[in-house]
Design a protein around this ligand. Structure first.
Ligand code: ZN
Length: 107
C-alpha cells in the first residue's frame, strides 16, 4: 500500500472508517439535506431522489459526527464554491491621492 497516502488531496485526509461514518450520518440525518433555506426552513432534498454527500460544517479535519451533516449536491457544491469565492483576492479600491503640501499648512 505504499504511495496510497501520497499527496495532500482531500480524500487522503479522511479517516479509515469514513465509509462507516458516512453510513452513520446518513442514517442520523435520514439521508436528508441539512442545509437551511433563506426562508428559514430546511432543504427538502433527500435520497434516493437527490443523492446527498457528507459535508464538514466547519471545513477542516474535524470528522466528529457533530461537525458532519448530509448535504444535497446543490448545497454541498454551493458551499464549496463560496469558500473558493471568499478566498479570492478582495476588491481593493484605489483612491487617487493629490500630491503637494497639506492645504491647512501655513508656510
Ligand atoms: Zn440541499
Amino acid at each position: 500500500m505504499s504511495g496510497k497516502w501520497k499527496g495532500s488531496d482531500r480524500r487522503s485526509r479522511l479517516p479509515a472508517d469514513w465509509p462507516a461514518i458516512v453510513q452513520r450520518i446518513k442514517r442520523r440525518d435520514q439521508a436528508r439535506c441539512v442545509a437551511r433555506l433563506p426562508s428559514g426552513g430546511r432543504c427538502p432534498r433527500r435520497e434516493p431522489q437527490f443523492p446527498v454527500q457528507i459535508d464538514h460544517l466547519i471545513p477542516g479535519d474535524d470528522h466528529r459526527d457533530v461537525n458532519l451533516g448530509c448535504k444535497c449536491e446543490a448545497h454541498h457544491g454551493a458551499k464549496s464554491s463560496k469558500e473558493g469565492t471568499d478566498a479570492r483576492w478582495g476588491k481593493k479600491k484605489i483612491t487617487p491621492r493629490t500630491e503637494g503640501p497639506h492645504p491647512g499648512r501655513v508656510g
